[in-house]
Design a protein around this ligand. Structure first.
Ligand code: UT7
Length: 333
């Protein structure tokens, strides 16, 4: 009987390069408070956000992704033609089909790389990283480009008190490839569908059309239950992730959680008892919550500012709508 020949991948995988793109429009709290009867003080106190960035019409999902990817590819020291797979994590590419990934793969000049989008909201980048790690080690791809990108300003109601001050735009990317030592630890991931409705598109498109409405079904979020879930459950996920990688908090150099809320970041760090010397990503203050883009944006910033150095051990924890989460330890490239 015929047998299928299996393909062997690399012994280990690692993140080889990281890049990001920050849109040009800087929007301080003062510019959004009137529409939501809020204040700069309230927003900073409750979320840590001082300003966010919104994309201009030219700064499309594709444009921002390509810019972030070019930087990641250059830093990885490879050519676009060496990328075998492009994974795009996003919820704000506004075509139901096709995915945006093939257009990005083409513009980058890959050699017809496999390309697809994934929808795991704010947890999308770490889901993509987990897939990339397993593809490289499983033999499915030599190099994988993982992109997290959002234009949440397109789908955020500027008059909604629960979301208007949080969500923002941007793109981040990472190249994953073979390595002679482990550079990406095992993923801890999961979902809690019981809380499916806490962050969601307000309405199904068919209901919007049936009701004859002309406005977009924007994002809605019941922030407080998400806040409580993230603060407690995600710290446990962080501990499990370290354990599964054979590490403790004492081995950590850098913590890059999803940039959802400064208070959640602080609560997670406290609950995990992170030593003082662990450097913590706090990109949210200037960038807002960019969902799938937040972790690579925050990591890239730390690398540029010498807060995350080559060889450092970094814990990534991503969480959001679904509710979905994914976390892993990586070595900083
Ligand atoms: O990225 C995906 C995952 N998302 C997250 O992780 C976000 C998680 N949630 C959060 O970050 C927080 O829940 C928010 C920052 C969204 C809100 O903070 P909160 O501490 O949970 O506030 P709250 O919703 O419990 O509201 C507290 C008070 C309420 O007033 P009362 O009832 O105490 O008098 C609200 O009416 O603040 C009021 N409030 C506001 N005031 C000024 C709610 N929204 C606003 C606002 N401006 N925008």
């Amino acid at each position: 009987m015929a047998t299928i020949v299996p393909v062997a991948g690399a012994a280990y995988s690692a993140v080889l390069g990281v890049g990001s793109y920050r849109p040009s429009r800087i929007v301080p709290n003062a510019d959004i408070v009137d529409a939501i009867d809020s204040s700069d003080e309230w927003i900073q106190q409750r979320s840590g956000i001082k300003q966010r960035r919104f994309a201009t019409p030219e700064e499309t999902v594709q444009m921002m992704s390509v810019a972030a990817s070019r930087s990641a590819i250059e830093r990885a020291g490879i050519s676009a033609a060496q990328i075998d797979c492009v994974i795009v994590a996003t919820v704000s590419h506004m075509l139901q089909t096709p995915a945006i990934a093939p257009a990005i793969a083409y513009e980058l000049g890959t050699d017809q790389a496999a390309a697809f989008d994934i929808s795991a909201a704010c947890a999308g980048f770490c889901h993509g990283l987990a897939l990339a790690d397993q593809m490289v080690r499983g033999g499915g791809a030599g190099h994988v480009l993982v992109i997290g990108v959002e234009r949440l300003s397109d789908i955020t109601d500027t008059t909604d008190r629960g979301t208007a001050f949080i969500f923002a735009d941007g793109a981040g990317a990472a190249v994953v490839g073979p390595s002679d030592k482990p550079g990406i630890g095992p993923v801890v991931w999961g979902s809690d569908g019981e809380q499916y409705d806490l962050i969601r598109q307000k309405e199904d498109w068919r209901d919007v059309i049936a009701a004859g409405k002309s406005e977009m079904p924007n994002l809605m979020m019941l922030g407080n239950p998400v806040f409580r879930w993230a603060s407690f459950t995600m710290a446990k996920v962080g501990q499990q992730t370290l354990e599964l990688s054979g590490l403790t908090v004492d081995d950590l150099d850098v913590f890059v959680p999803h940039q959802a809320n400064m208070r959640i970041i602080d609560a997670m760090a406290r609950a995990m008892k992170l030593p003082e010397r662990v450097r913590i990503a706090r990109d949210i203050a200037e960038q807002g919550n960019t969902s799938a883009a937040s972790i690579p944006l925050a990591l890239d910033r730390m690398m540029v500012e010498d807060q995350a150095r080559s060889g450092d051990i970094a814990l990534l924890i991503a969480f959001g709508a679904g509710l979905a989460y994914a976390a892993q330890v990586i070595t900083v490239p």
